[in-house]
Design a protein around this ligand. Structure first.
Ligand SMILES: NC(=O)c1ccc[n+]([C@@H]2O[C@H](COP(=O)([O-])OP(=O)(O)OC[C@H]3O[C@@H](n4cnc5c(N)ncnc54)[C@H](O)[C@@H]3O)[C@@H](O)[C@H]2O)c1
Length: 296
C-alpha cells in the first residue's frame, strides 16, 4: 500500500470537519474535492447568492460526473450529503481545518482571519488558498501562526493534481506534515515551497501570461496566433490568453500587482491592456468574456 493509499484510508475514517470559506471558482472546487475525499465539509460565503450559486454549480458537476461514469452515483450522493452550507462564520468553532478562498485582497483576508481567530478551536489548521499574498503576513493575523500555512490549489480543482503547500516563516513542521497528509488524502500531490510572492507556479506562470498580453497589445500577433504558438511550440495544453480567461483576468492582474510591489522589479509590471480589460469588466470565462467570448 502506498503512502497516498494510507492517507486516503485515514481520511475516509476521519470525522474532521473542514470549513471552506468563499464559494467562488476555487472555494467550491476545493469543497468538492474535500467532500469527495470523505470529510464533513462546510462551505461559507459572505454573499448568500454566491453561496447558492456555488452549491448549484457543484450539484451540476456531480450530476455530470455520474452521467459520464467518472463517479458512482452512490459516491456523488455521499459527497453531496457531506457538504453543507455554513450559515455564519461562527460555524468555524466546529472546524478542524479551515481553508480560505475569498477575494485576493490582503486587507479583506487579514480581517477574515482576525475574526476567525476568535472562533476556531486552538488545534485547528488554518490555510489560505491565496495565489500570491504572503502567508507570513496573513499568519500574523492569528494567535498561533505556527498552525497557519498556504494550501494553493489550482483551477480547475477537480482536475489539477498539484497543491503548493506554502510554509510561512513561522509555520510549524507539524503543521506542514499534517497538511501533507490532508492533501494526499484528497488524492492530490503536495509540493512544499517557501513563502515568497507568487510562490513558484505563479512566479513563473503569470509573467508569461503578462508577456502574452503585451505581445497582443503591441500587435506582435493576434490572440489566436499567440495561443496557437504556445500550444504547438511549447506543448502547453492551453494558450496563455485562454489560460488567463480561465484563471480570471482580475486574479491575473492582482497577482502581477503583488509580484511587482513585493519583488520591486519592473519586469513584473502588469500589462496596461490587462488592467484596461479588468476595468471594462472583461474578467474571462466567469463573466462570459475575456480575451475570448464564452456561452454562459
Ligand atoms: N481563480 C483561480 O484560478 C485561482 C487559482 C488559485 C488560487 N486562487 C485564489 O483563490 C482565492 C479565490 O479566488 P476565486 O477565483 O475563487 O475568486 P472568486 O471571485 O471566484 O470567489 C471569491 C468568493 O469569496 C467570497 N468572499 C469575499 N469576501 C469574503 C469574506 N470576507 N467572507 C466570506 N466570503 C467572501 C465572494 O463572495 C466570492 O464568492 C483568491 O485568493 C485567488 O487568488 C485563484
Amino acid at each position: 500500500m502506498t503512502e497516498q493509499d494510507t492517507d486516503r484510508q485515514s481520511v475516509r475514517a476521519s470525522t474532521e470537519i473542514v470549513l471552506v470559506i468563499g464559494a467562488g471558482t476555487m472555494g467550491r472546487g476545493i469543497a468538492q474535492a474535500v467532500a469527495e475525499a470523505g470529510h464533513p465539509t462546510l462551505l461559507f460565503d459572505a454573499d448568500q447568492r454566491n453561496l447558492e450559486h456555488g452549491l448549484a454549480v457543484l450539484e451540476t458537476a456531480w450530476e455530470r460526473a455520474v452521467q459520464k461514469g467518472k463517479l458512482a452515483s452512490s459516491d456523488a450522493r455521499a459527497a453531496r450529503t457531506r457538504l453543507q452550507p455554513a450559515q455564519g462564520l461562527d460555524e468555524a468553532a466546529a472546524a478542524a481545518i479551515v481553508i480560505e478562498a475569498i477575494f485576493e485582497d490582503p486587507e479583506i483576508k487579514v480581517t477574515l482571519f482576525r475574526e476567525l481567530d476568535a472562533i476556531v478551536p486552538e488545534s485547528a489548521l488554518l490555510a489560505s488558498n491565496t495565489s500570491s499574498i504572503s502567508i507570513t503576513r496573513l499568519a500574523a493575523a492569528v494567535k498561533a501562526p505556527g498552525s497557519f500555512l498556504g494550501l494553493h490549489f489550482f483551477n480547475p480543482v477537480p482536475v489539477l493534481p498539484l497543491v503548493e503547500v506554502v510554509r510561512g516563516l513561522r509555520t510549524d513542521e507539524a503543521t506542514v506534515n499534517r497538511a501533507l497528509g490532508f492533501v494526499r488524502g484528497l488524492g492530490k500531490t503536495p509540493v512544499v515551497v517557501n513563502d515568497s510572492p507568487g510562490f513558484v507556479v505563479n512566479r513563473v506562470l503569470l509573467p508569461m501570461i503578462n508577456e502574452a498580453v503585451l505581445c497582443l497589445a503591441e500587435g506582435v500577433a493576434g490572440k489566436e496566433a499567440i495561443d496557437e504558438v504556445m500550444k504547438l511550440g511549447a506543448s502547453h495544453p492551453l494558450g496563455p490568453l485562454a489560460l488567463a480567461d480561465l484563471i480570471g483576468l482580475d486574479v491575473c492582474l492582482d497577482i502581477m500587482r503583488t509580484l511587482h510591489r513585493d519583488l520591486g522589479d519592473d519586469k513584473y509590471r502588469p500589462a496596461p491592456l490587462l488592467a484596461r480589460m479588468v476595468d471594462a469588466g472583461k474578467l474571462g470565462r466567469k463573466g462570459g468574456e475575456g480575451f475570448y467570448r464564452y456561452d454562459r
